[in-house]
Design a protein around this ligand. Structure first.
Ligand code: NAD
Ligand code: TDX
Length: 335
């Protein structure tokens, strides 16, 4: 029976991945979730699995060697999701991004080197390549990250690779495109716009709204990670995406249409600093191994919007109190 150490398992993708593991393995895998519970960590995401005997939650920081070391020692497979993940926050206050995304990854890699693991998956991002106007990035393309967030992720990405080359650690690095799905913190485009529209509040579109993102349903991302744990080659980088490129304005229109809300909710606001125009990854490498996404964009987007309609209590709490104050101070507008 394998033991998975999932870091950042109380966040959006991490909690979806833990659910995915339970559905796939039931009681046939041990799962340890190490999470600091920052503003983005939410144990409500895991209420339905927390009483399982093969699941354990540890509140702790991946930058703390005394926490990380004994947990990595127990683990066969380490999946490092833990990160500060929001680009806008990294523009306002990069410190925690540098600490968690780089130094935290370093602490995990060090512990893995010391104790040995079967697999170490560093969850990187397509943002490490920077923006591309035409075509799609291959895994061998140069990294030109443009925000403190993506630069921190690029640092961890290459640090993980160095542990493969230098110490023979069985590392796999994944660079996935934008995820959508249940339990995403309502600061990111899709949950923010869906929940604002549900409350008849305006949708703040940055710049001209024509920036392009390549969207993948979170369950497909989870499936790709698990596929690579078993079929990926050590020391390799794999792009993950679904080839569903949309301009932000198209996503906005789709949300308004589904919710039957008026166009007047659109509000064009000042652009994000250093805003990457387009992300696009070439996924031929993982496809050649035999993996492809299985959810259709239209259906999975509808399911996602419906999830936020059905889980108002989940997001209403997050959008009140402290976060509301933070949003007002950071964006100079009401949430
Ligand atoms: P998230 O912000 O929802 O979750 C991050 C989690 O990490 C939270 O539970 C938080 O409490 C935890 N965390 C933060 N700092 C920590 C620390 N020092 N120690 C332990 N736990 C800590 O992020 P997400 O969207 O779920 O992203 C997960 C990972 O996937 C990140 O590494 C991100 O860079 C990467 N990624 C995200 C996307 C996306 O579209 N969301 C796409 C590609 C890659
Ligand atoms: O209010 C908004 N208005 C707006 O126009 C917000 C929050 C975003 N946007 C735009 C900016 C981007 O072009 O929408 C697009 C998506 O923005 P985010 O949801 O902030 O995602 P992005 O910056 O693309 O980064 C995401 O994908 C890659 C995740 O947050 C990262 O963690 C991941 O690595």
């Amino acid at each position: 029976m394998k033991t998975y150490l999932v870091t950042g398992g109380a966040g959006f993708i991490g909690s979806n991945y833990i659910h995915y593991l339970f559905e796939k393995y039931g009681s046939a895998a041990n799962i340890i979730n190490l999470d600091k519970l920052t503003y983005a960590g939410n144990l409500e995401n895991l209420r339905d699995v927390e009483s399982n005997n093969n699941y354990r939650f540890v509140k702790g920081d991946i930058c703390d060697a005394s926490v990380v070391d004994p947990l990595v020692r127990e683990a066969d497979i380490v999946i490092n999701f833990a990160a500060e993940s929001h680009v806008d926050r990294s523009i306002g206050a990069p410190d925690d991004f540098i600490k968690t995304d780089i130094y935290g990854a370093f602490m995990l890699l060090e512990a893995a080197r010391k104790h040995g693991v079967e697999k170490f998956v560093q969850i990187s991002t397509d943002e490490v390549y920077g923006s591309i106007i035409d075509g799609s990035f291959k895994e061998t393309d140069v990294l030109e990250p443009s925000s403190p967030y993506s630069a921190s992720k690029a640092g961890a990405d290459r640090l993980a690779y160095s542990y493969f080359v230098t110490y023979d650690l069985p590392v796999i690095i994944t660079r996935c495109s934008n995820n959508y799905g249940p339990c995403q913190y309502p600061e990111k485009l899709i949950p923010l716009f869906v929940t604002n529209a549900l409350e008849d509040k305006s949708l703040p579109i940055y710049g001209d709204g024509k920036n392009v993102r390549d969207w993948i349903y979170v369950r497909d991302h989870c499936d790709a990670i698990e596929f690579l744990v078993h079929h990926g080659d050590d020391g390799q980088v794999y792009n993950i995406g679904a080839g569903e490129e949309r301009m932000n304005i198209e996503i906005t229109d789709l949300i308004l249409k589904y919710l039957k809300k008026p166009d007047s909710l659109k509000m064009y606001v000042q652009d994000r600093l250093g805003h990457d125009r387009r992300y696009s990854v070439d996924t031929a490498k993982i496809a050649a191994l035999g993996w492809q996404p299985s959810h259709s964009f239209e259906q999975a987007m509808q399911d996602t919007i419906q999830w936020y309609i059905d889980h108002k209590k989940w997001w209403a709490r997050l959008k009140s109190g402290e976060y509301k104050e933070y949003y007002k101070a950071h964006y100079k507008r009401e949430l």
